[in-house]
Each structure stands twice: as C-alpha cells, then as structure tokens.
Design a protein around this ligand. Structure first.
Ligand SMILES: Cc1cc2nc3c(=O)[nH]c(=O)nc-3n(C[C@H](O)[C@H](O)[C@H](O)COP(=O)(O)OP(=O)(O)OC[C@H]3O[C@@H](n4cnc5c(N)ncnc54)[C@H](O)[C@@H]3O)c2cc1C
Ligand code: SF4
Length: 338
C-alpha cells in the first residue's frame, strides 16, 4: 500500500482567548512556536512543509485583538481586524483614507475577508526560492539564488539589499508609515510601542526576519494618531495582474498644503527593499516647495538615488521614480511613462 506523505507535519494547536495567554504560550515555545492570524501566509508554510513548528498559536479567539476604536488622539486597530473591516470602516475612510486605499488594493475580496491587518504587516518574504524551501541566506544557508545572472528576480529589491534581495510585499505597510502609525507589541517584558517604520527590518539587522518581532512577541494593535487626519493622500500600486496581485511597487504619501506650498509631507514606498522605505530625503527636499511637476520630478530623481538593479528588475527604477514623482507632484499619467 502506498504511503501518503502529503500531510502537514504534526503540531500542537493552541487557541487562547486572551493576549496574556497567547504571549505566555509563545514565550514557552520560543522558536518552535508560530502565530496564526488569518492563515494566508502562515498556513502556506505549513502545507508546503517548510516551516515545521511544534506549536501553533491561533489568535482568532482573542476578542481584544479585534476591532477599530477611537482613542484620545486618533484610532486604534486591533491586529486581528480583517482588511475588509479596515476598508469598510467609516472612520478610517473619512480621516485616514490612505489606509482605506491601500487595504482595498490588497489581493482579492476573499483574501481581504480572511487576512488581518496584523498579518499583512507581519507577512514573510515572497521570494520564489525561499518559499519553495531552497536553502538560501534567508533560510539559514549561504547563497542567494535570486541574485545570480539567471535568477528569477523581477520582483526583487533595487535598494538596501544585503545578501538577500527579497522585498517586503505589504500594501498596508507604506500607508501606515505615511500616517505615522505606532505599532503596539506585547513581549515578555510587557507592552512596547514602536514607530511603524521601525517595525520593519532589513537583512542588515537580521536576514531571517522581516520585522522586529522576536519569537514570543505579539503585535497587538496599530494606533494612528490624528496628525495626518484628512490630509491630502496619494496611494498607487503597480502589479502584474490588476485582478489581484502583490505589488511590484507601491507608494503612499500624506501631505499638508498651504495654497500650493507643501507644508508637511510623509512618503513611503514598498516593493523596493526588504522593508518598506520612508523617503526622508524626499520629504526634506520638497518641504516648502510648490506642489507641481518640477517638484515631483526632483523628488522622483532623489528617491531612486543609489538604486541598483538586478538582471531582470531594472524597470523598477523608472517605475519608482514616476510613482514618487506623481505622489509629490500630483501629476496624473501612467507610472511606466518615462
Ligand atoms: C494569493 C495571495 C495574494 C496576496 N496579495 C497581496 C497583496 O496584493 N498585497 C498585500 O499586501 N498582501 C497580499 N497578500 C497577503 C495577505 O494579504 C495577508 O494579509 C497576509 O498573507 C497575512 O495575513 P494573515 O492575517 O493571513 O496572517 P497569517 O498568514 O496568519 O500571518 C502572517 C505572518 O505574520 C505573523 N503574525 C500574524 N499576526 C501576528 C500578530 N498579531 N503578532 C505577531 N505575528 C503575527 C504570522 O506568524 C505569520 O508569520 C496575499 C496573500 C495571498 C495568499
Ligand atoms: S532573495 Fe533572499 S529569500 Fe530569495 S533566494 Fe535570495 S536570500 Fe533567499
């Protein structure tokens, strides 16, 4: 009789009902534990038998991780709130529409119904080799299969690559950075809050992780301050298939104008590096300038300074230049126009 091997490796499933219990379980299991949110990324790894945790901690029964509430200074979104709930929330739509636009462009309705905001910002790299279980740098090996003359690297990084050239694939992440969101973590030492941009890390910090979360840590919520409520927002995503697909690149910006003068601005891109990049040099350069095509042009050129293409992703440099150009200059034209 044939032996059927196509099953997930066995693990213990825990379904805590409080953050405290979830954090304790994760701490207890350390590197052997895996957080399960919507399961769209995490279950893939289990089904492909590449990640083999001994314990899976399912957060779906923890009510305190769900929902969107007002705070003294803005709103707080529980990590287990689905992307659909984020998209449909009137408060988010009215004041922080940048996040609505970004979340609405994630994948398909079914994926947004199941996928959570916490999972979306914590998802792992989407490099073909890594996800197929090849023993590359990110998987603990000593080679990058994507960064070779024949490697499949159309989706990969043009900035800040160090050994690993995979990118962060989240659409909501740059919007949250532009909105100056704060991520609330629960660790063994208690609660801790970090700026959105500091939640994400590149291979220079730790090549095996995409975020600052260590084994045992949980993301519990995301707070958006009122600083940028009702600002002028711009979100644009370019993908291969418009029906649903990960971003090749995206850009998110929040801007406050006085007449046509840019008073304050925050801008971030994703799909360009292993972590979403806040473009501080661009922000500094355009502050006080008129919002027009020339300022957009200057911003676009500045954004791609230092970009290094791989064999098959050279298109990302003009693409990023044009996305930033339009986010800053407000010019409406196709992203791939040079
Ligand atoms: C076919 C497909 C297309 C997609 N297209 C896009 C797209 O276009 N744009 C886009 O942005 N995303 C896209 N995604 C990703 C998707 O949107 C999900 O949001 C994402 O995969 C993870 O969300 P999840 O809730 O399912 O989390 P899970 O898959 O359960 O978790 C993701 C990772 O984060 C960790 N994690 C989750 N929540 C927490 C928490 N609270 N604390 C600590 N760790 C946590 C998990 O351990 C896991 O490692 C796509 C996914 C699929 C399958
Ligand atoms: S890009 Fe990163 S994840 Fe992909 S093969 Fe290279 S080291 Fe691995």
């Amino acid at each position: 009789m044939a032996v059927i091997r196509d099953v997930m490796p066995a693990f213990q499933l825990f379904q805590p009902t409080s953050v405290a219990d979830a954090q304790r379980l994760l701490e207890q299991h350390g590197r052997e534990g895996l957080v399960l949110a919507g399961g769209l990324d995490s279950v893939d790894w289990l089904k492909d038998r590449i990640k083999k945790p001994s314990a899976v901690v399912d957060l779906s029964g923890i009510a305190e991780l769900k929902g969107i509430r007002t705070t003294n200074d803005g709103i707080e979104i529980g990590a287990m709130t689905t992307l659909t709930e984020v998209v449909n929330n009137p408060m988010v739509q009215q004041k922080y529409g940048l996040l609505t636009q970004a979340a609405e462009l994630v994948a398909s309705p079914q994926i947004r119904n199941q996928g959570t905001l916490g999972g979306n910002v914590s998802q792992d790299a989407r490099c073909w080799y890594y996800r197929a279980g090849w023993p590359c740098y990110r998987a603990g090996g000593n080679i990058c299969y994507a960064d070779t003359p024949v490697g499949r690297n159309r989706e990969h990084a043009i900035l800040q690559a160090e050994r690993c050239v995979a990118v962060n694939p989240s659409d909501s992440a740059p919007a949250l950075i532009a909105l100056d969101a704060k991520f609330v973590l629960r660790t063994s030492k208690g609660e801790r809050t970090v700026d959105a941009e500091d939640y994400f890390i590149g291979p220079d910090i730790d090549i095996t992780r995409m975020t600052i979360l260590q084994p045992g840590d949980l993301l519990t919520s995301i707070r958006i301050p009122s600083t940028w409520a009702g600002a002028q927002f711009y979100f644009e995503k370019v993908r291969v298939r418009n029906v649903w697909d990960f971003p090749l690149l995206n850009v998110a910006s929040a801007m406050l104008l006085s007449g046509d003068r840019i008073e304050r601005v925050r801008i971030a891109v994703n799909g360009a590096a292993a972590r979403p990049l806040r473009l501080k040099a661009v922000e500094d350069a355009v502050r006080g300038q008129s919002r027009n095509a020339a300022t957009g042009e200057m911003a676009g050129k500045l954004a791609v300074q230092g970009a290094v293409p791989l064999q098959f992703n050279g298109y990302k440099i003009p693409l990023m230049r044009n996305l930033v150009k339009r986010a800053i200059g407000g010019v409406q034209e196709a992203a791939w126009a040079s």
